[in-house]
Structures are given as C-alpha cells and as structure tokens.
Write a protein of this length. Structure first.
Length: 365
C-alpha cells in the first residue's frame, strides 16, 4: 500500500507521557532527498490527525502525497536541497503502533487497552526516527494542525535537536470551541452501536459514527464564507434525488456525503478517538504554567508561524500568541496571517498563498 514506507522498531519498550507503556513500538516514516555531507539539512515533518507519512510522491511511490505541492524537487521544501522525513504519528493506523495494532503480549489488537496518547508521545516517536537516521541536529521541524502541536512538543522535549521551527494553523493548546467539536465527534463514534465499546471487528467498523464524525469535522475545517461561495444553494440533479423526504437535496450535502464515505474504512475509529483526544489534552504550558517559559527551552534560531484568518478551529489570535511567545526567546520570528477563506484546511488547498511563505523560509537556508 505504501511502497516507500520505512520503519523504526523498538524492542526495549516505550514509556508514554501520561504514564502508559508499550512493550514494543513501530514507527512508520518516509523520506525524500538525501542528507548532505554535514548532515544538517534534515527537515522533520509531523502530520495532522488523519494523514499517513506519504506527504509526497517519490521514485519508490509515484502516488501523489497529501502535501504534494509543498514537498519535492523545486517545491517550497526543495528535496534537492533538504532531506525531508515525514513520520506517521504514533497512535495512527498507517504503519505506526496504535490502537489497531497487535499487542505482542496478547496477540490481539490493543483497542482501548492502548495507553492514553499524548502529543508528546508523537514527538518522542519522531525523535526515535531522527536518532535511527544518525542525525544530530535538524535544520527544522515543521507541522500543520496537530502536526504543529507535535513540532512544538518536539522542540521543548529536545531543545537542541532543531535550529528552526515552522508551525502552520496550529497552537500551543486547544481552545474550548475546538475541544467541543472534537468531543462531539468522539461521542458520535462511540454512540454507534457497532462501536461495541471499541471491540468492533476491524473489518466491520462503526461506519455511521465515522461518517457523521467526518462530516462534522469537514464542516469545521472550512469557513462559512467558503461554503457559501463554493456551493451557494445549488441543488443536486433531479436524477440523484432519492425520494426520501429528508434525503439529500443540496450540493453541499452531496459533497459531505461523498467525502465522508471515502473516509470510512480508510481510518480506524479507535485510532481517531485517541488522536483526537491527544489534541484536546495538549497544553505546552501545562508543566510550568507558562507557554513562553516552555518555548524558551528550545534553542531555535528561527521560527515561522503561519495561520489563516478564517480558521476558527485554530483562530489567528492563537498563532499570534505563539509568535509573541517565541519572540521572547530573542529569536528571529516571522508571523504571517493569510487572508484565505478556506478555513483550517487552507494549508492543504490554498497553495497560491501558502507556497510562497513556506518557500521564503526554506530559501534562506
């Protein structure tokens, strides 16, 4: 399925941030480009909640990746110049150990016996990949959404491991609105009787719960302005009308149904629950009570903080706060608020705005 995927395997066990323990660990990742002679050109890329490590196409896997327009030869993160490593998040279902993986102690999937997952665990798993590649210092760490949280955690856990940081549409902690949305998504999945307290057969997941949770997520990933511009009040063709009095009438309904259907079966529900909860629990100022104090631990030279003005999951004021806290460490920090109308998903779709900003950071070396 992912021919370019590589693995780091840990037999010695893995202590987790909130007290759990995994007896063994697999971490899936992909790479593009090559390390330079000094081995200081590596870029570690953390993903959002649902992507795999396949961020871009390669000779081993020519399938377009989820950030195809951002990573590759001649692209903003130019793989002729940089060695890019994208890690599949711990807790996910695309190769890294997660709730759908087999517990070596029982021979059965972990399911809800998987320990509580933290963003810090995802960062620590990423560090294991970096170590396995023999890299002492990264050029930079980059991530969007949940990936930005992972990048922040990485820089505070391993303060001398990276010289640069790029966070996109992310934050130092989740705000109540985002927590409420994700909490409702999790409840929708868990209320599906096919969820079976997490013990559903892997070949028969709670499809209705996942489909509805995905629809709610997709609504929150875009702005009301974009929904209005894109769909207006367009109706579906008469040939597609089901006859159900409460059936799909509008193009926006049809769009959500189609895309939610694609997601069902491609992502494990328990993995979704764990990763979603990890985002809510994350607060980089949790230990000291101060975001600036925690970020001050990282020996970064440069940082870039980017957000979309229409993002209401990670509002632009959170990006601004993050940039201000990073500046207190006397670093070179750039904050960019982009006027995209495409909401939280802007970094995936509004390439005309995001590409030049990311390119400018990496063009400087």
């Amino acid at each position: 399925m992912f021919p370019a995927r590589k693995f780091v395997h840990l037999d010695a066990g893995f202590r987790m941030h909130r007290g759990g323990y995994l007896p063994a660990l697999d971490i899936a990742f992909e790479t593009w480009g090559e390390p330079n002679a000094e081995r200081d050109n590596a870029v570690l890329l953390f993903t959002g909640l649902s992507p795999s490590a396949h961020a871009a196409s390669s000779a081993e896997d020519p399938t377009p990746g989820w950030w195809e327009e951002m990573v590759g030869p001649g692209r903003p993160i130019d793989t002729r110049r940089y060695f890019v490593i994208c890690v599949n998040s711990l807790g996910s279902c695309f190769g890294s150990t997660g709730p759908a993986s087999t517990d070596p102690r029982t021979g059965e999937p972990y399911r809800l016996s998987f320990p509580v997952l933290a963003i810090e665990d995802i960062a620590a798993a990423g560090y294991e990949v970096v170590k396995s590649l023999g890299l002492l210092k990264l050029h930079s760490v980059i991530g969007a959404s949940m990936g930005g949280m992972s990048a922040l955690a990485f820089c505070t856990l391993y303060p001398r491991a990276a010289g640069g940081l790029v966070t996109i549409s992310s934050a130092s902690r989740a705000e109540p609105f985002a927590i409420a949305i994700r909490s409702l998504q999790r409840e929708i999945i868990r209320r599906d009787r096919d969820w079976q307290e997490g013990r559903y057969p892997l070949e028969h997941p709670p499809q209705t719960g996942m489909r509805l949770a995905r629809k709610l997520g997709m609504i929150s990933y875009r702005s009301a302005e974009e929904w209005a511009k894109r769909f207006g009040r367009e109706r579906i063709g008469a040939e597609h009308v089901s006859g159900d009095v409460f059936g799909i009438d509008f193009e926006v309904e049809s769009y959500l149904e189609a895309h939610a259907g694609k997601f069902v079966g491609s992502f494990d529900p328990n993995c979704y629950l764990y990763l979603s909860r990890a985002m809510d629990l994350f607060d980089i100022g949790e230990h000291s009570g101060c975001v600036a104090t925690e970020l001050g631990k990282a020996s970064l030279k440069r940082a870039l903080v980017v957000g979309a003005e229409s993002d209401f999951l990670f509002p632009i004021h959170q990006q601004e706060e993050l940039a201000e806290c990073l500046e207190l460490g006397h670093r070179e920090v750039e904050f960019v608020a982009l006027p995209s109308v495409q909401g939280h998903d802007s970094f995936l779709v509004d390439m005309d705005r995001f590409r030049p900003v990311i390119a400018a950071f990496y063009d400087r070396g």
